[in-house]
Design a protein around this ligand. Structure first.
Ligand code: TLP
Length: 350
């Protein structure tokens, strides 16, 4: 496994660099103008991705945010609303784009620490009166980034699907890290995707591709989604150069996600042993570790972040807490060093 160029970069699994096999595939990719439908490598990726999640068709897009936008703008219209969790990436980190671009309301319900939204809250929130917006979609996130990479239980997905069906509402999955959920549960991705009308996932996170996400659903939906992507300026020309790396990601980088999960577990358990760190290691199921700092240590998250940076260890903030994400290129030694440095800092004076 590769060392991370001196730095231990745990800011995100988006920091991964393409593998040698990806770089070779990119150099040799057969390409065409994808906006004109001419890129054979993009076609191949879309077919492969659709099959992997058990949907009819798929559409390659530049980013996870665009995947969410394309999915939800295509499913909704003016006066509609989408139910999302208050910790969802869509609500916390996408600049309100769906409302801004689509005149679509976000109906925000509290996420539980395990990433779910209670069923009774969902049922109670669905509305379609002449004086209300019309609930069109419930959007879930799996794994759940800000809930420490929580995996939504399969029974929960099916229960939400029933609520949605009973109320004529569609179901969308922000599956940016769908394959982390699949590996953690040992459940094939198509089973996780099954209850959802539309599913999107990212190649550029734990799967290590440099760029790219994908939207998957029924063929007629994907045709419409192509129009939405065009509107957003997301049509790409010789995109096979990127899609080729995504194909390698799907074919070679899924099973190794288990290594990231093991490292995250090692980190979470080590952190639980450091006085001043607030963490429930049982919450860590995949590759995201989120932890608080007891203020009586004299430290807070932003200052600790800076101090760690000076030691060559990069973390990020998740609200008022710290976040470490494991990924391709991170080694058990990196985790040991991160724990040792943190222990030293928190035991010393700020
Ligand atoms: N998440 C990024 C940051 O924006 C926080 C990260 O480092 O984790 N859905 C989910 C669940 C995500 O975590 C992210 C990115 C996205 C969508 C957006 O993906 P991109 O960055 O490709 O637009």
């Amino acid at each position: 496994m590769r060392e991370t160029d001196g730095l231990i970069d745990l800011r995100s699994d988006t920091v991964t660099k393409p593998t040698p096999e990806m770089r070779r595939a990119m150099a040799e990719a057969e390409v065409g103008d994808d906006v004109l439908g001419d890129d054979p490598t993009v076609r191949q990726l879309e077919e492969l991705a659709a099959a992997r999640v058990g949907k009819e068709a798929a559409l390659f897009v530049p980013s996870g945010i665009m995947a969410n936008l394309v999915s939800l703008l295509t499913l909704t219209g003016r006066h509609d609303e989408v139910i999302v969790g208050d910790q969802s990436h869509i609500y916390t980190s996408e600049v309100g784009g769906l409302s801004l671009l689509g005149s679509v309301f976000l109906h925000v319900l509290p996420n539980q620490p395990d990433g779910t939204i209670p069923l009774e809250r969902l049922r109670g929130a669905i509305r379609n009166q002449v004086y209300t917006p019309r609930t069109r979609v419930i959007s879930l996130e799996n794994t759940h980034n800000r809930c420490s990479g929580a995996v939504l239980p399969m029974e929960y997905l099916y229960a939400v699907a029933e609520v949605a069906k009973a109320n004529g509402v569609m179901l969308h999955l922000d599956g940016a890290r769908l394959f982390n959920a699949s590996v953690a549960l040992n459940v094939p991705p198509e089973e996780i995707a099954k209850p959802f009308t539309v599913v999107n996932f990212c190649f550029s996170k734990g799967l290590g591709a440099p760029v790219g996400s994908i939207v998957c659903g029924e063929r007629a939906f994907i045709q419409e989604a192509r129009r939405t992507r065009r509107m957003l300026g997301g049509g790409m020309r010789q995109a096979g150069v990127l899609a080729s790396a995504c194909i390698v990601a799907l074919n070679t980088m899924v099973e190794r996600l288990a290594e990231d999960h093991a490292l995250a577990r090692q980190l979470a358990e080590g952190l639980a042993d450091i006085s001043g760190v607030q963490i429930d290691p049982a919450r860590v199921q995949t590759n995201i570790v989120i932890f608080g700092i007891d203020p009586t240590t004299g430290w807070d998250a932003p200052r600790l972040l800076e101090r760690l940076k000076a030691e060559g260890i990069l973390l990020s903030l998740s609200g008022t807490r710290l976040r470490a994400v494991t990924h391709y290129g991170i080694t058990p030694r990196d985790i040991d060093r991160t724990l040792a440095v943190l222990r030293q800092i928190l035991q010393g004076r700020p």
